[in-house]
Design a protein around this ligand. Structure first.
Ligand code: F6P
Length: 552
């Protein structure tokens, strides 16, 4: 079986969809825009103009470092960037291959200026391949829906953190309202034409059923990017019925792992009394069937490898190594959104223990921690930042010198072109998630290790661990053993490192993001039986409200 590539998936999805459009829906948008003070050398114009940015090779442009200026207004330039997080980085190449429309919250401060009268903007900005349709949320909705129900109730619930959950009726109302708003916009985008709607993640659990009410024959699938909790925990949610009923509006519901599928099926059975076939992975509820299947998400492996092989990267490594904090003979790496599920505090504790227990490594060992700002309006996240930074300071005070500190901490979002330099130069990477749907950093590190000299240390509680069994698997709560695993990783022979890395790479080269997509599309095709998706996706006669929308 040959490897799935962007070109092959484009061909496959085109034949599958025929004249139907792919409409992808998520909370987070793949590109956002903001005004930025123009640098003195940048050209300026008083009226908006499109800056010429073409002429580069498309392969490189696909995910070029962000912030290419497009328009200028007085001394301000409109710039775009790509957000942190697995969802958008995984799905952007997919949409570039399949085209179609991506519906998402326009959260950038200049997104309203970037869109046209229909709230559409072609993306990627430098080389448009598909359409982004922005959905606008009020400040109150952002607070109640995004910071509130999605990230202070569902996020901790799905990550087994009951103590952090905040369930309030106001947040729930906003969640319902925003889901209804998304459903309206998606129905409008379908516009009475053939479409396959693909919803993403825990922000939009109610959307499938709302869409199904409007357009009963629409093909709808959903991928849930975080774990699904076991019934014993899930039952704590006051709106446990409504969320499940929302998701059962889907034809196909995907999770990363079989375990999450099982948890979901059990919840549907116990909470709703739905009829569940665990073996087949099918729920029957109120006369409809939803297929529930595992699809472990991945990365554009070839793209990362190419990026890592770039000549620029080798030069950057030499330059970075000149920094005193990065000049240690042994260098480890952690890259995470600053989130309590990532186990960053546990990781730092293990590093501290390692330096204490194996003092011969003091002065020879450094660790780069890149912490990407995330959900900064939420108190738990702010508290975590203080905790992480406190631990970094403590370790540096204990084991650092005037000139060099063992922990090199960066609190910022780095683009792939910069990230890949760290991935390639690190002797090992640590993923210490306490619970994590997948974790794409683990996969990006493997793809970037073109010299096969690094070791992946991966939490057994990250979804990625299931397939990456040539990593050194750890329990992040077991500080003593993690410290010993660090030593083991460092002292491992060159041959073993290369052997393990080669096996990880072979796996990921095949199980890439395009295979993930192909598996999902093949399944939706199976669900539709003999008829192609395009035929089944034909929307039924729109309901009054949907008809009114498409007329508008
Ligand atoms: O992986 C879960 C997720 O919510 C993704 O949807 C997203 O890529 C990432 O975390 C980042 O979160 P946010 O969109 O809240 O910045």
């Amino acid at each position: 079986m040959s490897t799935w590539t962007a070109a092959r998936i484009a061909e496959y999805t085109t034949s599958l969809l025929r004249d139907a459009r792919l409409i992808l829906v998520s909370n987070r948008a793949p590109y956002s825009h903001r005004w930025h003070r123009a640098a003195p050398l940048e050209p300026r114009a008083t009226t908006p103009v499109v800056a010429g940015t073409t002429g580069w090779k498309v392969g490189w442009l696909r995910r070029l470092p962000a912030q290419v200026s497009r328009w200028f207004q007085g001394p301000q330039a409109l710039r775009w960037s790509q957000p942190a997080g697995g969802l958008t980085s995984a799905l952007d190449p997919v949409m570039q291959a399949c085209h179609g429309t991506w519906v998402a919250w326009g959260s950038g401060s200049a997104d309203r200026q970037a869109v046209d009268a229909r709230d559409h903007v072609p993306v990627p900005p430098h080389n448009p391949q598909y359409t982004l349709r922005c959905v606008w949320l009020s400040e109150a909705q952002v607070g109640g829906f995004y910071d509130g129900f999605a990230n202070s109730a569902l996020w901790p619930l799905c990550h087994l953190n009951l103590d952090r959950t905040v369930f309030t009726p106001l947040h729930w109302r906003h969640y319902q309202e925003v889901n209804a708003h998304f459903a309206t916009v998606v129905a409008e985008e379908c516009g009475g034409k053939r479409a396959l709607v693909w919803l993403q993640d825990y922000h939009l659990a109610l959307c499938p059923a709302l869409l199904r009410q409007r357009l009963p024959d629409l093909a709808i699938m959903h991928f849930w990017h975080v774990p699904w909790p076991p019934w014993e925990l899930y039952r704590a949610c006051p709106w446990r019925r409504e969320l499940l009923e929302g998701l059962l509006g889907n034809d196909l519901l995907g999770f990363h792992l079989g375990q999450y599928c099982h948890n979901f099926l059990e919840c549907a059975e116990r909470v709703l009394g739905a009829s569940v076939d665990y073996k087949a992975g099918v729920v029957e509820y109120e006369g409809r069937e939803t297929w529930v299947r595992p699809f472990p998400i991945s990365i554009d492996y070839a793209w990362w490898t190419r990026l890592a092989r770039g000549r620029r990267v080798a030069r950057q490594i030499v330059r970075r190594r000149a920094h005193p904090d990065l000049a240690f003979p042994i260098l480890g790496l952690g890259v995470d959104r600053l989130d309590y599920t990532k186990g960053i505090v546990h990781r730092l504790a293990a590093i501290e223990r390692f330096l204490e227990k194996y003092p011969a490594y003091q002065g020879r060992f450094g660790f780069v921690q890149i912490a990407v700002p995330s959900r900064t309006q939420i108190e738990d996240y702010r508290r975590l930042k203080a905790q992480v930074e406190g631990a970094v300071e403590r370790i540096n005070a204990r084991f650092g010198t005037e000139t060099a500190k063992p922990i090199h901490y960066r609190y910022e979002h780095l683009e792939p072109a910069e990230l890949v330099v760290y991935y390639r130069m690190a002797d090992f990477a640590m993923v210490t998630s306490l619970h994590d749907g997948m974790n794409l950093v683990a996969k990006e590190f493997v793809a970037s290790q073109v010299e096969q000299r690094g070791v992946l240390i991966c939490s057994e509680f990250a979804g990625a661990a299931e397939a990456l069994d040539n990593a050194l698997l750890i329990n992040p709560y077991d500080t003593e053993r993690v410290a010993d695993t660090l030593k083991h990783a460092i002292e491992m022979s060159r041959e073993e490192k290369a052997h393990r890395m080669a096996r990880l790479q072979t796996h990921l080269a095949e199980h890439n993001i395009y295979k993930w997509l192909a598996d999902i599309f093949t399944t939706i095709e199976d669900i539709q039986g003999a008829s192609p998706v395009a035929a089944l996706a034909a929307v039924a006669a729109p309901t009054d409200s949907a008809a009114a929308l498409s007329d508008a």
